[in-house]
Design a protein around this ligand. Structure first.
Ligand SMILES: [Zn+2]
Length: 402
C-alpha cells in the first residue's frame, strides 16, 4: 500500500514538472522548483528521470544573468511518445497520431463501409500504418473519440447519430474495444469534452469555472467546475442540448419537448427566414446553414440579422439558467456556432445583461472558440496524457471510460 502511494506521489510530481515545462518551454530547474514548490533536489532527480526516459532534454541554452553556473533550459522531446486518436463519425474514422508535445505526425480519414466495424478499422490502421512508423512502446495510449453519451456505470454508449451494429451494439462496444486493444492503454471519450479540454489548454483559459458549448449535429456542453471536468469526458452528466426552452415546443426523440438543439437546429432556419417575410436569395437553397445566415448578416441582410437575433435570444435563455446553476466565469461557443458571426455573440451578451440574474450573469465572459475542427483530437491526446497516463505504472491493458 505504501509503495502504491509513493508511486502515485511520484507520478503526480513527474506530471507536474512535465506540464510546467509544457507551459513554460525553456524553464530552468531552479525556476521549476520555485514554481512547483518541490525541493531543488527532488526537481533535479525527477528531471533526470524524465530526461533519461526521453520526455525532456536540457538544451543548455538558458539565459545567464549572473555569475556562476549557467542556468539550464528544459525543453520537451518531440518524436518520442505519441497518443493515437480515432474519431468515429457516421461514415468514416479520423485517425491521428499525435506527439505528446502536440504535433500531429499522421492524419488520415478512413472511409467506413456500412458493413465495417469501427474498432476493426482502427485496429488495422494501428497495425498496418502506425506501427510501420513507430514502435509499440512509443504509443502511450489510444483514444476513441465518440459523438455520444458514454455511461461509465452501465458501460454503455448512447448515440442517435452513428450506428454500432458491427461493433456489438451500444451495450457491447466498450467490452469489444477493451478486448480488441487489450495490449494498450485505452480511453473512450466524448467529442465535446475533448474540444472543451483543447480550448482550455491551447488557448490558455485561466477561469476555473468554464463552460464550453458545442454546436455540431446537436448541441453539447462540457463544464469545468473548480478546474475539474464535470463527470469526466463522458457527456453523461450534462445534456445541455436537451434543456427545454419551450414546454409547448416540438417533441424531441429524447422524450422531452422544445429541446434547445431541436429549436435552434439548422433545419429550422428556412422557416424562420420565411416568417420574417423575406425574399432573400438564401431561400433558393435546399438547406440554410448557420454559415449562410452569418455571411448574409455581415452584409446587413435584414432577415438574416433578425433570425440570428432570435436564435441568440433563445440560447441566452438557456445560458442564463446554466449560469444560475453553475456560474461559469467564461462561456466559449464552439463548432459551427462560430459561423453565426458577431451579431449572434453581441445579441447573446445583450440578452444576458437584460434578462438574466444580473448578479450572476454580470461577470460572465462570452467568446467564440479560437481553435479549428481538429481541436478535439489534440484535446483527446492531452486529456489522456494529463488525466490517465501514469509515468510510474504499467499502462497496457488499462481501460478508461471518460
Ligand atoms: Zn431532447
Amino acid at each position: 500500500m505504501k509503495l502504491v502511494n509513493q508511486q502515485l506521489i511520484k507520478n503526480t510530481n513527474l506530471k507536474l514538472l512535465y506540464n510546467s515545462v509544457f507551459e513554460n518551454r525553456g524553464i530552468s530547474r531552479a525556476a521549476l522548483a520555485k514554481q512547483t514548490g518541490l525541493s531543488r533536489t527532488a526537481v533535479s532527480a525527477l528531471i533526470d528521470e524524465l530526461s533519461e526516459r526521453g520526455f525532456l532534454y536540457d538544451s543548455g541554452m538558458g539565459d545567464s544573468s549572473g555569475v556562476g553556473r549557467k542556468p539550464n533550459c528544459l525543453e520537451l522531446c518531440a518524436g518520442n511518445y505519441y497518443v493515437a486518436v480515432f474519431g468515429w463519425e457516421e461514415t468514416s474514422v479520423h485517425a491521428f497520431l499525435i506527439d505528446i508535445c502536440g504535433t500531429t505526425a499522421m492524419q488520415e480519414r478512413l472511409e467506413k463501409a456500412s458493413s465495417d466495424s469501427y474498432a476493426r478499422l482502427c485496429r488495422s490502421f494501428l497495425t498496418g500504418r502506425i506501427l510501420e512508423r513507430i514502435r509499440p512502446e512509443q504509443i502511450l495510449g489510444l483514444c476513441f473519440v465518440l459523438p455520444a453519451m458514454i455511461d461509465p456505470e452501465k458501460e454503455e454508449v448512447f448515440s442517435t447519430t452513428f450506428p454500432l451494429d458491427n461493433d456489438q451494439g451500444e451495450a457491447g462496444v466498450l467490452p469489444f474495444l477493451r478486448s480488441l486493444f487489450s495490449d494498450y492503454a485505452v480511453a473512450v471519450l466524448n467529442d465535446t469534452a475533448c474540444c472543451a479540454y483543447a480550448e482550455k489548454i491551447y488557448t490558455g483559459i485561466q477561469e476555473k469555472d468554464y463552460a464550453f458549448i458545442q454546436f455540431s449535429r446537436g448541441i453539447g456542453a462540457s463544464l469545468f467546475i473548480q478546474d475539474k471536468l464535470l463527470g469526466q469526458a463522458c457527456a453523461s452528466y450534462t445534456q445541455f442540448g436537451h434543456f427545454s426552452i419551450s414546454p409547448e415546443g416540438p417533441p424531441c426523440p429524447c422524450g422531452n419537448r422544445g429541446c434547445l438543439e431541436l429549436v435552434l437546429s439548422e433545419a429550422t432556419l428556412r422557416n424562420r427566414l420565411l416568417e420574417k417575410g423575406t425574399t432573400s436569395s438564401l431561400l433558393s437553397r435546399d438547406a440554410v446553414r448557420y454559415e449562410d445566415l452569418g455571411r448574409a448578416s455581415l452584409y446587413t441582410d435584414t432577415a438574416a440579422v433578425l433570425v440570428i437575433k432570435d436564435l441568440a435570444r433563445e440560447l441566452a435563455l438557456a445560458l442564463s439558467n446554466l449560469i444560475c446553476l453553475v456560474h461559469p466565469r467564461l462561456i466559449v461557443l464552439g463548432g459551427n456556432s462560430v459561423s453565426l458571426g458577431p451579431v449572434f455573440l453581441e445579441e447573446i451578451r445583450r440578452c444576458l445583461g437584460e434578462t438574466g440574474f444580473s448578479r450572476m450573469t454580470g461577470g460572465v465572459k462570452l467568446r467564440y472558440s479560437q481553435l479549428d475542427s481538429y481541436a478535439c483530437y489534440n484535446g483527446a491526446m492531452k486529456y489522456f496524457f494529463d488525466t490517465h497516463y501514469q509515468f510510474t505504472a504499467t499502462m497496457n491493458g488499462s481501460f478508461f471510460i471518460g
